[in-house]
Design a protein around this ligand. Structure first.
Ligand code: AHG
Ligand code: MN
Ligand code: MN
Length: 353
Protein backbone atom coordinates (compact mmCIF):
# COMPACT_ATOMS: atom_id res chain seq x y z
CA UNK A 1 0.00 0.00 0.00
CA UNK A 2 1.40 3.37 -1.03
CA UNK A 3 2.18 5.79 1.80
CA UNK A 4 0.27 8.69 0.32
CA UNK A 5 -2.90 8.82 -1.75
CA UNK A 6 -2.22 10.46 -5.10
CA UNK A 7 -4.67 10.50 -7.99
CA UNK A 8 -3.35 10.26 -11.53
CA UNK A 9 -4.64 13.76 -12.20
CA UNK A 10 -2.64 15.23 -9.34
CA UNK A 11 0.42 13.23 -10.26
CA UNK A 12 0.40 14.41 -13.88
CA UNK A 13 -0.23 18.00 -12.79
CA UNK A 14 2.58 17.94 -10.20
CA UNK A 15 5.00 16.58 -12.80
CA UNK A 16 4.04 19.36 -15.17
CA UNK A 17 4.77 22.00 -12.53
CA UNK A 18 8.39 20.82 -12.48
CA UNK A 19 8.62 22.11 -16.07
CA UNK A 20 7.71 25.79 -16.11
CA UNK A 21 7.79 25.90 -19.93
CA UNK A 22 4.99 23.30 -20.14
CA UNK A 23 1.67 24.63 -21.44
CA UNK A 24 -0.52 21.94 -19.89
CA UNK A 25 -1.53 20.44 -23.23
CA UNK A 26 0.31 17.18 -22.69
CA UNK A 27 -0.99 17.02 -19.13
CA UNK A 28 -4.56 17.30 -20.40
CA UNK A 29 -3.92 14.72 -23.12
CA UNK A 30 -2.61 12.21 -20.59
CA UNK A 31 -5.50 12.85 -18.31
CA UNK A 32 -7.92 12.22 -21.17
CA UNK A 33 -6.20 8.88 -21.81
CA UNK A 34 -6.88 8.00 -18.16
CA UNK A 35 -10.53 8.88 -18.75
CA UNK A 36 -10.61 6.74 -21.91
CA UNK A 37 -9.12 3.91 -19.84
CA UNK A 38 -11.93 4.18 -17.29
CA UNK A 39 -14.57 4.14 -20.01
CA UNK A 40 -13.05 1.13 -21.74
CA UNK A 41 -12.51 -0.66 -18.41
CA UNK A 42 -16.15 -0.26 -17.56
CA UNK A 43 -17.15 -1.86 -20.87
CA UNK A 44 -14.53 -4.63 -20.49
CA UNK A 45 -16.07 -5.54 -17.12
CA UNK A 46 -19.39 -6.12 -18.92
CA UNK A 47 -17.87 -8.14 -21.74
CA UNK A 48 -18.99 -11.55 -20.49
CA UNK A 49 -22.43 -10.35 -19.48
CA UNK A 50 -23.36 -8.84 -22.81
CA UNK A 51 -23.75 -12.25 -24.42
CA UNK A 52 -25.30 -13.98 -21.40
CA UNK A 53 -27.97 -11.32 -20.93
CA UNK A 54 -28.47 -11.00 -24.66
CA UNK A 55 -29.12 -14.73 -25.02
CA UNK A 56 -31.52 -14.80 -22.05
CA UNK A 57 -33.63 -11.97 -23.35
CA UNK A 58 -33.33 -12.83 -27.00
CA UNK A 59 -31.90 -9.45 -27.71
CA UNK A 60 -28.86 -7.54 -26.80
CA UNK A 61 -29.02 -5.55 -23.56
CA UNK A 62 -27.20 -2.69 -25.17
CA UNK A 63 -29.34 -2.81 -28.32
CA UNK A 64 -27.87 -0.89 -31.23
CA UNK A 65 -25.07 0.43 -29.14
CA UNK A 66 -23.40 -2.88 -28.65
CA UNK A 67 -20.12 -2.98 -30.46
CA UNK A 68 -17.19 -5.22 -30.52
CA UNK A 69 -14.84 -4.10 -27.79
CA UNK A 70 -12.03 -3.14 -30.07
CA UNK A 71 -14.29 -0.95 -32.21
CA UNK A 72 -15.78 0.53 -29.05
CA UNK A 73 -12.33 1.25 -27.56
CA UNK A 74 -11.21 2.82 -30.82
CA UNK A 75 -14.14 5.19 -30.90
CA UNK A 76 -13.84 6.11 -27.20
CA UNK A 77 -10.26 7.25 -27.73
CA UNK A 78 -11.09 9.04 -30.98
CA UNK A 79 -14.10 10.89 -29.59
CA UNK A 80 -12.24 12.04 -26.49
CA UNK A 81 -9.45 13.49 -28.58
CA UNK A 82 -10.79 14.76 -31.90
CA UNK A 83 -12.12 18.12 -30.66
CA UNK A 84 -9.61 19.17 -28.00
CA UNK A 85 -7.31 21.30 -30.21
CA UNK A 86 -4.36 19.32 -28.86
CA UNK A 87 -3.80 16.95 -31.78
CA UNK A 88 -3.12 17.37 -35.48
CA UNK A 89 -3.67 13.67 -36.31
CA UNK A 90 -4.14 10.24 -34.81
CA UNK A 91 -3.20 6.70 -35.79
CA UNK A 92 -5.10 3.65 -34.62
CA UNK A 93 -4.40 -0.01 -35.15
CA UNK A 94 -8.04 -0.32 -36.16
CA UNK A 95 -7.80 2.12 -39.08
CA UNK A 96 -5.83 1.89 -42.31
CA UNK A 97 -5.05 5.57 -42.79
CA UNK A 98 -3.98 8.53 -40.68
CA UNK A 99 -7.00 9.84 -38.76
CA UNK A 100 -7.49 13.47 -39.59
CA UNK A 101 -8.85 15.93 -37.08
CA UNK A 102 -12.28 17.08 -38.32
CA UNK A 103 -12.10 20.41 -40.14
CA UNK A 104 -14.47 22.15 -37.72
CA UNK A 105 -12.04 21.70 -34.82
CA UNK A 106 -8.69 23.43 -34.35
CA UNK A 107 -5.47 21.50 -34.81
CA UNK A 108 -2.83 21.06 -32.14
CA UNK A 109 0.86 20.27 -31.74
CA UNK A 110 0.77 16.55 -30.99
CA UNK A 111 -0.05 13.25 -32.68
CA UNK A 112 -1.58 10.34 -30.80
CA UNK A 113 -0.91 6.73 -31.77
CA UNK A 114 -2.87 3.90 -30.21
CA UNK A 115 -3.76 0.25 -30.13
CA UNK A 116 -7.24 0.58 -28.60
CA UNK A 117 -7.65 -3.04 -27.60
CA UNK A 118 -4.57 -5.20 -27.36
CA UNK A 119 -4.96 -8.93 -26.99
CA UNK A 120 -8.24 -9.18 -28.91
CA UNK A 121 -8.05 -12.98 -29.04
CA UNK A 122 -8.44 -12.96 -25.23
CA UNK A 123 -11.58 -10.79 -25.04
CA UNK A 124 -14.03 -13.69 -24.91
CA UNK A 125 -11.84 -15.77 -22.61
CA UNK A 126 -11.67 -13.58 -19.53
CA UNK A 127 -7.91 -13.18 -19.95
CA UNK A 128 -6.24 -9.78 -19.43
CA UNK A 129 -6.31 -7.32 -22.32
CA UNK A 130 -4.98 -3.80 -22.72
CA UNK A 131 -4.67 -0.46 -24.50
CA UNK A 132 -1.38 1.02 -25.72
CA UNK A 133 -0.73 4.67 -26.61
CA UNK A 134 2.08 7.02 -27.48
CA UNK A 135 2.44 10.70 -28.29
CA UNK A 136 4.75 12.45 -30.74
CA UNK A 137 5.30 16.16 -31.19
CA UNK A 138 4.28 17.61 -34.54
CA UNK A 139 7.36 18.28 -36.68
CA UNK A 140 5.89 19.28 -40.04
CA UNK A 141 4.90 22.83 -40.92
CA UNK A 142 1.26 23.69 -41.61
CA UNK A 143 -1.78 22.80 -39.55
CA UNK A 144 -2.59 19.28 -40.70
CA UNK A 145 -0.78 16.28 -39.32
CA UNK A 146 1.17 14.41 -42.00
CA UNK A 147 3.04 11.13 -42.32
CA UNK A 148 6.19 13.05 -41.38
CA UNK A 149 4.67 13.69 -37.94
CA UNK A 150 3.75 10.06 -37.51
CA UNK A 151 6.79 8.27 -38.89
CA UNK A 152 9.25 9.42 -36.25
CA UNK A 153 11.66 7.16 -34.38
CA UNK A 154 10.44 6.10 -30.94
CA UNK A 155 13.37 7.89 -29.31
CA UNK A 156 11.55 11.15 -30.08
CA UNK A 157 8.36 10.20 -28.22
CA UNK A 158 7.01 12.74 -25.78
CA UNK A 159 5.02 10.24 -23.75
CA UNK A 160 3.75 6.66 -23.85
CA UNK A 161 1.68 4.36 -21.72
CA UNK A 162 -0.56 1.38 -21.50
CA UNK A 163 -3.65 0.30 -19.66
CA UNK A 164 -4.03 -3.24 -18.40
CA UNK A 165 -7.54 -4.60 -17.85
CA UNK A 166 -6.54 -7.43 -15.55
CA UNK A 167 -7.69 -8.55 -12.12
CA UNK A 168 -7.58 -4.81 -11.53
CA UNK A 169 -7.26 -2.02 -14.08
CA UNK A 170 -3.89 -0.30 -14.18
CA UNK A 171 -2.49 2.58 -16.17
CA UNK A 172 1.26 2.93 -16.56
CA UNK A 173 2.82 5.95 -18.26
CA UNK A 174 6.09 7.71 -18.85
CA UNK A 175 7.12 11.00 -20.46
CA UNK A 176 10.32 12.23 -22.06
CA UNK A 177 11.35 13.48 -18.60
CA UNK A 178 11.68 9.84 -17.53
CA UNK A 179 10.12 7.88 -14.69
CA UNK A 180 7.60 5.09 -15.23
CA UNK A 181 4.59 5.34 -12.94
CA UNK A 182 1.74 2.91 -12.36
CA UNK A 183 -1.78 3.67 -11.11
CA UNK A 184 -4.48 1.24 -10.05
CA UNK A 185 -8.13 2.02 -10.65
CA UNK A 186 -10.15 2.12 -7.43
CA UNK A 187 -13.46 1.16 -9.03
CA UNK A 188 -15.76 2.33 -6.25
CA UNK A 189 -14.58 5.93 -6.60
CA UNK A 190 -13.54 5.78 -10.26
CA UNK A 191 -10.06 7.15 -9.64
CA UNK A 192 -6.64 5.91 -10.68
CA UNK A 193 -4.44 6.00 -7.57
CA UNK A 194 -0.64 5.89 -7.60
CA UNK A 195 0.33 2.33 -6.71
CA UNK A 196 3.70 1.79 -8.42
CA UNK A 197 5.99 4.81 -8.24
CA UNK A 198 9.08 4.99 -10.42
CA UNK A 199 9.04 1.40 -11.70
CA UNK A 200 12.48 -0.09 -12.45
CA UNK A 201 12.71 -3.42 -14.21
CA UNK A 202 14.49 -5.84 -11.82
CA UNK A 203 17.96 -6.88 -12.95
CA UNK A 204 17.23 -10.43 -11.76
CA UNK A 205 15.00 -12.12 -14.31
CA UNK A 206 12.08 -14.32 -13.31
CA UNK A 207 10.26 -15.29 -16.52
CA UNK A 208 10.62 -15.52 -20.25
CA UNK A 209 7.51 -14.95 -22.32
CA UNK A 210 7.00 -16.03 -25.92
CA UNK A 211 4.65 -18.10 -28.05
CA UNK A 212 6.80 -21.21 -28.04
CA UNK A 213 4.19 -22.98 -30.16
CA UNK A 214 5.87 -21.30 -33.13
CA UNK A 215 9.29 -22.79 -32.39
CA UNK A 216 9.13 -24.83 -35.61
CA UNK A 217 9.30 -21.59 -37.63
CA UNK A 218 11.95 -19.92 -35.45
CA UNK A 219 15.46 -19.21 -36.62
CA UNK A 220 18.41 -21.06 -35.15
CA UNK A 221 19.48 -18.01 -33.10
CA UNK A 222 16.08 -17.63 -31.45
CA UNK A 223 16.02 -21.34 -30.60
CA UNK A 224 19.50 -21.13 -29.10
CA UNK A 225 18.48 -18.05 -27.11
CA UNK A 226 15.48 -19.94 -25.73
CA UNK A 227 17.62 -22.91 -24.72
CA UNK A 228 19.95 -20.47 -22.99
CA UNK A 229 17.03 -18.93 -21.06
CA UNK A 230 15.99 -22.42 -20.04
CA UNK A 231 19.49 -23.06 -18.71
CA UNK A 232 20.00 -25.89 -21.23
CA UNK A 233 22.58 -24.24 -23.53
CA UNK A 234 25.52 -22.08 -22.46
CA UNK A 235 27.32 -21.69 -19.16
CA UNK A 236 24.68 -22.43 -16.60
CA UNK A 237 22.19 -19.58 -16.92
CA UNK A 238 19.59 -20.19 -14.19
CA UNK A 239 16.41 -21.65 -15.75
CA UNK A 240 13.62 -19.12 -16.12
CA UNK A 241 9.95 -19.94 -15.80
CA UNK A 242 7.67 -19.49 -18.83
CA UNK A 243 4.57 -17.28 -18.86
CA UNK A 244 2.59 -16.23 -21.94
CA UNK A 245 -0.93 -14.85 -22.22
CA UNK A 246 -1.06 -13.62 -25.83
CA UNK A 247 -1.77 -10.03 -24.75
CA UNK A 248 1.35 -7.94 -25.20
CA UNK A 249 0.29 -5.50 -22.48
CA UNK A 250 -0.14 -8.27 -19.91
CA UNK A 251 3.03 -10.07 -20.93
CA UNK A 252 5.04 -6.86 -20.92
CA UNK A 253 3.59 -5.68 -17.60
CA UNK A 254 4.70 -8.90 -15.92
CA UNK A 255 8.12 -8.60 -17.51
CA UNK A 256 8.42 -5.02 -16.27
CA UNK A 257 7.55 -5.88 -12.68
CA UNK A 258 9.29 -9.24 -12.35
CA UNK A 259 12.20 -8.97 -14.75
CA UNK A 260 12.81 -11.24 -17.71
CA UNK A 261 12.17 -11.02 -21.42
CA UNK A 262 9.21 -11.01 -23.79
CA UNK A 263 9.85 -11.82 -27.44
CA UNK A 264 7.91 -12.14 -30.65
CA UNK A 265 10.66 -12.74 -33.19
CA UNK A 266 10.71 -12.54 -36.95
CA UNK A 267 11.23 -15.85 -38.74
CA UNK A 268 12.01 -16.93 -42.30
CA UNK A 269 8.30 -16.93 -43.26
CA UNK A 270 7.60 -13.53 -41.75
CA UNK A 271 10.98 -11.84 -41.23
CA UNK A 272 9.31 -8.64 -40.00
CA UNK A 273 7.49 -10.41 -37.16
CA UNK A 274 3.98 -9.50 -36.02
CA UNK A 275 4.11 -6.53 -33.64
CA UNK A 276 3.18 -3.14 -35.00
CA UNK A 277 6.02 -0.65 -34.72
CA UNK A 278 3.95 2.54 -34.49
CA UNK A 279 1.09 1.50 -32.21
CA UNK A 280 2.69 -1.23 -30.08
CA UNK A 281 6.47 -1.60 -30.14
CA UNK A 282 7.59 2.03 -29.92
CA UNK A 283 5.47 2.72 -26.82
CA UNK A 284 6.55 -0.49 -25.10
CA UNK A 285 10.20 0.17 -25.96
CA UNK A 286 10.02 3.74 -24.62
CA UNK A 287 8.54 2.55 -21.32
CA UNK A 288 11.13 -0.23 -21.09
CA UNK A 289 13.99 2.24 -21.65
CA UNK A 290 12.68 4.57 -18.95
CA UNK A 291 12.43 1.67 -16.52
CA UNK A 292 16.07 0.71 -17.15
CA UNK A 293 15.26 -2.05 -19.64
CA UNK A 294 15.80 -2.40 -23.37
CA UNK A 295 13.82 -3.29 -26.50
CA UNK A 296 15.36 -4.62 -29.69
CA UNK A 297 14.15 -6.07 -32.97
CA UNK A 298 16.94 -8.63 -32.65
CA UNK A 299 19.31 -6.38 -34.60
CA UNK A 300 19.27 -3.10 -32.70
CA UNK A 301 17.31 -0.65 -30.59
CA UNK A 302 13.60 -0.43 -31.53
CA UNK A 303 13.63 3.25 -30.58
CA UNK A 304 16.24 4.04 -33.25
CA UNK A 305 14.28 2.51 -36.16
CA UNK A 306 13.25 5.19 -38.65
CA UNK A 307 9.73 4.09 -39.64
CA UNK A 308 8.78 4.06 -43.31
CA UNK A 309 5.12 3.12 -43.21
CA UNK A 310 2.13 3.50 -40.96
CA UNK A 311 1.48 -0.15 -40.28
CA UNK A 312 5.08 -1.29 -40.26
CA UNK A 313 5.76 -4.46 -38.33
CA UNK A 314 8.76 -5.33 -36.22
CA UNK A 315 10.20 -8.28 -34.36
CA UNK A 316 10.27 -7.44 -30.64
CA UNK A 317 12.54 -8.53 -27.78
CA UNK A 318 11.93 -6.49 -24.65
CA UNK A 319 12.73 -6.67 -20.97
CA UNK A 320 15.82 -6.82 -18.77
CA UNK A 321 18.68 -5.29 -20.71
CA UNK A 322 21.20 -8.12 -20.42
CA UNK A 323 18.71 -10.71 -21.69
CA UNK A 324 17.74 -8.64 -24.73
CA UNK A 325 21.40 -7.98 -25.52
CA UNK A 326 21.98 -11.73 -25.28
CA UNK A 327 19.20 -12.30 -27.85
CA UNK A 328 20.99 -9.88 -30.21
CA UNK A 329 24.25 -11.88 -29.74
CA UNK A 330 22.60 -15.17 -30.64
CA UNK A 331 20.91 -13.65 -33.69
CA UNK A 332 24.10 -11.98 -34.92
CA UNK A 333 25.94 -15.25 -34.51
CA UNK A 334 23.40 -17.64 -36.05
CA UNK A 335 20.85 -15.74 -38.12
CA UNK A 336 22.69 -13.99 -40.93
CA UNK A 337 20.19 -15.46 -43.44
CA UNK A 338 17.30 -13.97 -41.54
CA UNK A 339 19.07 -10.61 -41.21
CA UNK A 340 19.55 -10.52 -45.00
CA UNK A 341 15.78 -10.87 -45.38
CA UNK A 342 14.84 -8.52 -42.57
CA UNK A 343 17.25 -5.58 -42.77
CA UNK A 344 16.04 -4.23 -46.16
CA UNK A 345 12.54 -4.12 -44.65
CA UNK A 346 13.76 -2.45 -41.46
CA UNK A 347 15.50 0.20 -43.51
CA UNK A 348 12.55 0.77 -45.83
CA UNK A 349 14.44 -0.41 -48.93
CA UNK A 350 12.01 -3.27 -49.48
CA UNK A 351 8.48 -4.13 -48.45
CA UNK A 352 7.70 -7.35 -46.60
CA UNK A 353 8.62 -10.37 -48.76
P1 AHG B 1 -3.97 -7.13 -31.08
O1 AHG B 1 -4.98 -7.85 -30.26
O2 AHG B 1 -3.90 -5.66 -30.77
O3 AHG B 1 -4.09 -7.41 -32.56
O4 AHG B 1 -2.51 -7.63 -30.64
C1 AHG B 1 -2.27 -9.00 -30.49
C2 AHG B 1 -0.80 -9.19 -30.36
C3 AHG B 1 -0.24 -9.02 -28.97
O5 AHG B 1 -1.08 -8.49 -28.02
C4 AHG B 1 0.19 -10.40 -28.57
O6 AHG B 1 1.40 -10.32 -27.88
C5 AHG B 1 0.29 -11.16 -29.82
O7 AHG B 1 -0.53 -10.52 -30.75
C6 AHG B 1 -0.14 -12.58 -29.69
O8 AHG B 1 0.06 -13.25 -30.88
P2 AHG B 1 0.00 -14.85 -30.98
O9 AHG B 1 -1.41 -15.22 -30.80
O10 AHG B 1 0.52 -15.12 -32.37
O11 AHG B 1 0.91 -15.41 -29.92
MN1 MN C 1 -1.99 -5.23 -30.03
MN1 MN D 1 -5.47 -4.18 -31.06
Amino acid sequence: MAEKTVTIERHITEKQKQHPQATGTLTALLYDMALAAKMIASQVRHAGLIDILGAAEGRNVYGEQQQKLDVYADSVIFKLNDHTHRLCAMVSEERDEIIEIPRKYGKGRYVLLYDPLDGSSNIDLNVSIGTIFSIHRKVSTGGDGTLEDILQPGSRLVAAGYVLYGSSTMMVYTTEQGGVHGFTLEPSIGEFLLSHEDIRIPSRATYYSTNQGYEKAWTHGVRRFTKWLQGIDGEGHPSLGLRYTGSLVADFHRTLLRGGVFYYPGDMQQPEGKMRLMVEAQAIAFIARHAGGYASDGYGDILEIKPHKLHQRTPLFVGSRDLVVQAEHFIRQHDQDWLKQYLPYREGRQDAP
